[in-house]
Ligand binder design. Structure first.
Ligand code: GLA
Length: 434
């Protein structure tokens, strides 16, 4: 090959590939302390909920014993307020000695022994958002090495108390420093969230090269308003965000709050469905010790998880926005399959939305459809009108297999769903009226 052509091809190669640490080829999944447990350090009065070793051990036990780990939820992530107010005599960060008496390496071992991974949190300014010691520019190398020495698997680098110039230096520097440790550490950058999340201030091409995931936007709170606000921002800016995402590099709309206090079951399904469409990291921030069976069922929905984890890693988009308040989202999946989500912004009653697959850009004949939450199948011709009934602030989510030849088998590997996926009993479908 001509040298110039070779250089061009290798330049493409660099541009197309993410941070070269081999991790997070599909969106990371696990648990993250922040939204649910915040900066509660009052272990004397609130021993069950304060940020300390036991909280992470409790969550690890639940992940390992209640079927989460097998579904892919493997990260247990410490957020803010874990550290001591002082660095140690060698200038290293250290955990609060009362709340983490075993130190971080012991916690990392606890996770690894159970097939889980440990994540930790830092901030590239003078202080973390919660007022704990930060990792300014001159501390980046030592902190990256400390996390690697502790055998941490993921690092979230927040941006409070730093300015744009420092961030421009700090986020790439930390990426290099983490790589230089030789330990693969998933790298979550809050950088874009501090710069408004949009170009020209945010350079997504660069971010994709240095970070595995990035917080684009504000913090999620325990309310439907907050979820809706995030959904609005991500889909309004989808043309900017979609091309950046892919294996090893993900937009992060923030944690799942399913299982907390703010969402109804329909809203919980909506969050799960749209996070799956967005190829978003699935970090739950809830109390796995007391979670309801309904919330658990939503978070453990195998098909929704499989859609989220599709190996092609293409982020989905909103394709229809009706005046009626119905919106349709679509995500292309591997094996010529796809996912559809019908979402209702209405607040009256279940809305009977009439459309057809051809109106949703499906043009090649007949498709086998699996309803993700009702677990029923139906076959639909592209030209046939159908009606889906979508609850207020709820969703209907479909896995649409490749036209004609259906290959759902890999989808239901080993589960009892395998049979129902092949079951063509159209009468058993409550929410699709043909
Ligand atoms: C910021 C981040 C949150 C959380 C807090 C901790 O607000 O965006 O996700 O880490 O700081 O103080």
């Amino acid at each position: 090959m001509h040298l110039a052509a070779l250089l061009f091809v290798s330049a493409l190669f660099v541009a197309a590939f993410a941070l070269d640490n081999g991790v997070m080829r599909t969106p990371p999944m696990g648990w993250l302390a922040w939204e649910r447990f915040r900066c509660d350090i009052d272990c004397e009065h609130d021993p069950k909920n304060c940020i300390r070793q036991n909280l992470f051990i409790d969550m690890a036990d639940r992940l390992a014993e209640d079927g989460w780990r097998e579904l892919g939820y493997v990260y247990v992530n410490i957020d803010d307020c874990w550290s001591s107010m002082e660095r140690d005599e060698k200038g290293r960060l250290q955990p609060d000695p009362k709340r983490f008496p075993g130190g971080i390496p012991k916690l990392a071992r606890y996770m690894h022994d159970r097939g889980l991974k440990l994540g930790i949190y830092g901030d590239m300014g003078t202080h973390t958002c919660g007022g704990y010691p930060g990792t300014p520019l001159d501390k980046i190398t030592i902190d990256a090495q400390t996390f690697a020495d502790w055998e941490v698997d993921m690092f979230k680098f927040d941006g409070c108390y730093s300015n744009a110039t420092e961030q421009e230096q700090g986020y790439p520097l930390m990426s290099k420093a983490l790589n230089a440790t030789g330990r693969p550490i998933g790298y979550s950058c809050s950088w874009p969230a501090y710069q408004g999340g949009l170009p020209p201030k945010v350079n997504y091409t660069q971010l994709a090269k240095i970070c595995n995931l990035w917080r684009n936007y504000g913090d999620i709170q325990d309310s439907w308003d907050s979820v809706l606000n995030i959904i609005d921002w991500f889909f309004e800016n989808q043309d900017i965000l979609i091309p950046v995402a892919g294996p090893g590099r993900w937009n992060d709309p923030d944690m799942l709050i399913v299982g907390d206090f703010g969402l109804s079951m329909d809203q919980s399904r909506a969050q799960m469905a749209l996070w799956a469409i967005m190829a978003a990291p699935l970090f739950m921030s809830n109390d796995l010790r007391t979670i309801s069976s309904g919330a658990r069922r939503i978070l453990q929905n195998k098909i929704a998880i499989n859609i989220n984890q599709d190996p092609m890693g293409v982020q989905g988009r909103r394709i229809v926005k009706e005046k009626s308040g119905i919106e349709v989202f679509w995500r292309p999946l591997s094996n010529n399959a796809s996912a559809l989500v019908f979402f209702s912004r209405r607040s009256d009653m279940p809305y009977r939305y009439r459309t057809s697959l051809s109106r949703l850009n499906y043009t090649t004949g007949s498709y086998k459809i699996f309803d993700v939450f009702s677990e029923k199948t139906v076959t639909l011709k592209d030209s046939t009108d159908f009606v889906v009934s979508v609850n207020p602030s709820g969703v209907v989510m479909w896995y649409v297999s490749a036209p004609a030849e259906l290959n759902l088998r890999q989808f239901y590997r080993g589960g009892k769903l395998q049979r129902s996926a092949y079951d063509d009993d159209e009468n058993a479908i409550p929410r699709v009226f043909l």
